[in-house]
Write a protein that binds this ligand. Structure first.
Ligand SMILES: Cc1ncc(C[n+]2csc(CCOP(=O)(O)OP(=O)(O)O)c2C)c(N)n1
Length: 316
């Protein structure tokens, strides 16, 4: 793929993620979804940059804010929306919702509401790949808030010790719930990784091309048996922790500055300067259409049946 084709693909992925999040928010605010949503608006470059560096056979694990990762890894937006609607054809048969999307067929081993829960699953996937010699790589997405969890240290240590084919991808969006990063991290996440002898890199997480280049290098290292890498992608969470969060803890000026570093606009400007401007609107429209149609089709599904409540819970 040429550099331009890669950049256009990143642009398309980011537009689909943005459209998914905006449609989800619209449906939730219209009272059509149960539960709540944690949106990744503003963080699209991380999901697009990392997931586009992976093969279909590679694995990701993600968090409560994982829609973007699932869209970018090849999850079907219709089945994702079906899950948000609580419909039987959703990825978890409509019983789990937004924070529990999983699609092993496209390498999405699962999202989890447990902060720090993505590490153990990815370690397992990477260890399995190493033992079986499949060549697959596992990426654990996490927010900077998960650095307070002991499981991060356990995972970093084991991954480095066993040279597991893994990438730890921290989306540092500046907030853990309502707490700014300067109020909850002493030192840095990269330093934590370095203490466990991992290669670690800080990246402009709003620059999809920069994320992609760093992810390409980390994935190549992992595949070559050279061990795990931690990528700390610096970005900004545009919306509240959840839809409807009053956000009294944030300065509107700070939010405006964060939104000014829009990863989609940033890449769009670069592509336009390179003479690709005309294709951008077409890509945006196609992305919006794909997502709107997926949501419409999902809306027509059947609600999860109470008969399935205990299915997949106990082994026979
Ligand atoms: C083990 C655990 N502790 C606490 C919580 C409550 N909680 C939900 S989200 C969150 C903050 C997560 O922040 P971060 O990891 O930075 O991810 P972000 O929400 O910014 O994407 C917390 C503390 C939880 N879900 N799980």
């Amino acid at each position: 793929m040429s550099n331009t084709d890669t950049a256009l693909e990143l642009y398309r992925l980011m537009c689909e993620i943005r459209a998914f999040e905006e449609e989800g928010e619209r449906l939730l605010r219209a009272g059509r979804l149960a539960g709540n949503l944690h949106l990744s608006l503003g963080q699209e470059a991380v999901a697009a940059g990392v997931c586009s560096a992976l093969a279909a056979t590679d694995h990701i694990t993600t968090t409560h804010r994982g829609h973007g990762h699932c869209v970018a890894k090849g999850g079907d937006p219709e089945r994702m929306f079906a899950e948000l609607f609580g419909h039987a054809d959703g990825y978890s048969k409509g019983r789990a919702g937004s924070m529990h999307i999983a699609d092993p067929d496209s390498g999405i081993l699962g999202a989890t509401a447990i902060v720090g829960g993505s590490f153990g699953m990815a370690i397992g996937a990477a260890f399995g790949a190493q033992v079986l010699g499949t060549g697959a790589v596992a990426v654990a997405f996490f927010g900077e808030g998960a650095s307070a969890e002991g499981t991060l240290h356990e995972a970093l240590n084991l991954a480095a010790l066993w040279k597991l084919p893994m990438v730890f991808c921290c989306e540092n969006n500046q907030y853990a719930e309502m707490t700014h990063v300067r109020e909850h991290i002493s030192g840095s996440i990269r330093a934590i990784a370095a203490a466990h002898d991992l290669a670690a890199e800080e990246i402009d997480g709003n620059d999809a091309v920069a994320v992609r280049e760093a992810a390409d290098a980390a994935v190549a290292r992992a595949r070559a048996g050279e061990g795990p890498t931690l990528l700390e992608c610096m970005t900004y969470r545009w919306s509240g922790h959840y839809v409807g969060d009053p956000e009294s803890y944030r300065d509107p000026e700070e939010v405006a500055a964060g939104k000014a570093a829009d990863p989609i606009a940033l890449l769009g400007e670069r592509l336009a300067a390179g003479g690709e401007g005309e294709r951008l609107e077409e890509i945006r429209e196609a992305a919006n259409r794909r997502i709107a149609e997926a949501a419409d089709r999902a809306a027509g599904g059947q609600p999860a049946s109470p008969d399935l409540l205990l299915a997949d819970v106990y082994a026979s």
